[in-house]
Design a protein around this ligand. Sequence first.
Ligand code: SF4
Ligand code: SF4
Length: 369
Amino acid sequence: MSRRFLPRRHLNRLHQALVQAGYEVIGPRVKDDTIVFAPLEQVDDLPWGWQEQADAGRYRLQHTAGRRAFAWNTGPQGLKPWLFQPEQVLWRAEHTETGLNFRAVEPSPERLAFIGLRGCDLAALKIQDQHFLDGPYADPFYRAQREQLFMVAVNCGRSADTCFCVSTGDGPEARFGFDLLLDELDDGYLLQTGSAEGDAIAAHLPLNKASVQQLNEAKTALAGARRQQRTMPATAELAQLVDRLDHPRWQQVAERCLACGNCTSVCPTCFCSKQDSEGDIRNRQAEQVQRWDSCFSEQHSYITGKVVRHKIQHRYRQWLVHKLATWQQQFGRSGCVGCGRCIAWCPVAIDLVEEAHALLETPKEGEHG
Ligand code: SF4
Ligand code: SF4
């Protein structure tokens, strides 16, 4: 569908149409000095005028004189926690008079409509789909919730200082995976549909023909967002990281890295998990719980009686080489969508882009791996 124009005063009609279609609307809101996706009762709850200033190890929200709801780029989380929950009970067991009774936990998906997703979020979702759905054993919890989503994406009209989605090919515009796509202008939204469900919702909206000026304004904003970005080495170059396993930079970065795992928690494509078996105090009931894990935790590399990556430099190397290089063999692309979250939320300001450039450089004389 060609793009049409939704006046700003009618954005609430989009919210209403989604509610009437049976969705709970999830959108960006200001919470704890960040932008989070949370239930959105009304469009007044959107982060009108808020924008983030992000840099390595830094994320601050500031309120601007602007009248836009989507002038920010990312918060600490995108879609990941909604589909791949930080904690998920897989099954329960209990002692009964006749013996042990095992019960599977059934998925309980909700019909959710997300407003405000970005190109990088949808690119990350596509990667998560490959991991959770395309293998021989699809994740039933992920699959059930994935089938209940409606996506309203927004093209980015600016880039944060941590963004580099142009380098990864995932933004600043959303190219796939949305039901509706918006470009935000001062007085309203250019809207295009991307699915039959999107067409059905758009049919309820008071849309006007978009003017040439509005179309040009959106194009100029996207071009500006592209220009603002920093540059990650090309994907083919990143594949060469597998030949840099002895680079002295691993040790240098390990001297700063706390192995806290923040970078993997905020990364929208990271999917590592562990399972814990938990019993009650009387040992009558037990649960098998899946939780997010991180390749930065020492135990994550525990294999048959031995931790194989006991040094932080080896864990950082595992994360970066897998994410940027060996992921290409596994999934046909790099595991990074250029959202910059791992950079902003690293407490010691370790910067993935800076590290990738440094690792691809030849070590200086006197440096040892
Ligand atoms: S790179 Fe930063 S965020 Fe990641 S584990 Fe190290 S200190 Fe934590
Ligand atoms: S590695 Fe960092 S920049 Fe890339 S997708 Fe993950 S959090 Fe975003």
